[in-house]
Design a protein around this ligand. Structure first.
Ligand code: NAD
Length: 303
């Protein structure tokens, strides 16, 4: 992987201006990371309050750097100006690379990607931060599918080193190269992976969530499972991790995984035995509006 990444990077067009679509958990984190490493980024959402939240989160992270003595107040102010919030596509004509980070719904993503493609230049690289949806599938309505690939960050973006760069069937080497180089410029460790639902990490992670959901349906205590998995050596247990990810995102991603691998992932989408009419514990949480940290109530309660 390292060798492939190095080959790609030689041909990379540098990303001088980036943009992110969506100012949620991931979009806000991506904007902060890009700004903090010196690449200006437009942060577009369709909701004013989402942009406010994204900016608030970025300010908080910059303030922590100042508190720790890693950044001066002047530098913080300067880096914050690297994030330009917007509700419109106005300046997208000058953007080198776009990261799409809207809801995990293939139809919404396809529509948003086609919309942004009409606003950017012919050289602009479009990427998606989708957790699970095949990149080849997301490319199907694009006029320039060769300029499109996956750029999958992990949550929280400022702490997690890995970025999966996903090649769709039509993705060009140049698109992969620019994305790998941008990930490196953001201080991340990119790996180039092939396309399939869930890519590499979520193909491993989602069966684990499915196993956890099954345990819940059989009456296990989620806090105990978390404690046990922490003692096993994981930084956090599955219930807490699901709260961090967002139960809505986990359910939507779980549906994509169940569609892609029905025999293995059925328990996430259709209940304990993979039956269509029963619900999984994770789905029940979502349907009871327990979305995790984003609305302060998930498996645990938050301030
Ligand atoms: P989120 O719900 O926190 O944020 C989504 C944001 O997208 C919202 O602010 C919403 O207003 C905005 N949005 C919706 N339609 C839009 C449009 N047309 N244009 C611009 N903005 C729009 O979700 P999130 O957790 O940040 O997830 C975003 C993407 O990142 C999903 O594809 C998800 O699967 C992926 N992802 C999530 C995680 C995670 O742990 N949460 C990790 C990796 C990848």
């Amino acid at each position: 992987v390292k060798k492939r990444g190095a080959r790609y990077e030689k041909q990379a067009r540098p990303v001088k201006q980036a943009a992110v679509l969506g100012a949620g958990i991931m979009g806000g984190g991506i904007a902060y990371q890009s700004a903090s490493k010196g690449t200006p980024i437009l942060m577009k959402d369709i909701k004013d309050d989402a942009i406010e939240l994204g900016l608030k989160e970025a300010r908080k992270l910059f303030a922590k750097q100042v508190e720790r003595g890693k950044l001066t107040t002047e530098k913080m102010a300067e880096r914050l100006t690297n994030i330009r919030p917007t509700l419109a596509y106005g300046d997208f004509g000058h953007v080198d690379l776009v990261v799409e980070a809207v809801v995990e719904n293939p139809k919404v993503k396809e529509a948003v990607l086609a919309e942004v493609e009409a606003e950017v230049s012919e050289q602009t690289i479009l990427t998606s931060n989708t957790s699970t949806i095949s990149i080849t599938r997301l490319a199907q309505n694009l006029k320039r599918p060769e300029n499109f690939c996956g750029m999958h960050f992990f949550n929280p973006v400022h702490r997690m080193p890995l970025v999966e760069v996903i090649r769709g069937e039509q993705t060009s080497d140049a698109a992969v190269a620019a994305t790998v180089a941008y990930a490196r410029a953001m201080g991340k460790t990119p790996i180039v992976v092939n396309d399939c639902p869930g890519f590499l990490v979520n193909r491993v992670l989602f069966p684990y969530f499915g196993g956890f959901s099954l345990l819940m349906e059989q009456g296990a205590d989620f806090a105990r499972v978390d404690k046990v998995m922490e003692k096993f050596g994981w930084p956090m247990g599955p219930a807490y991790l699901l709260d961090v990810v967002g139960l809505d995102t986990a359910v939507h991603a779980g549906e994509v995984m169940a569609e892609g691998f029905p025999e293995r992932m059925g328990s996430l989408a259709g209940g304990a035995k993979g039956e269509g009419d029963s619900q999984s514990a994770i789905q029940m949480m979502f349907e009871n509006d327990r979305l995790g940290q984003k609305n302060a109530k998930g498996f645990y309660a938050y301030e």
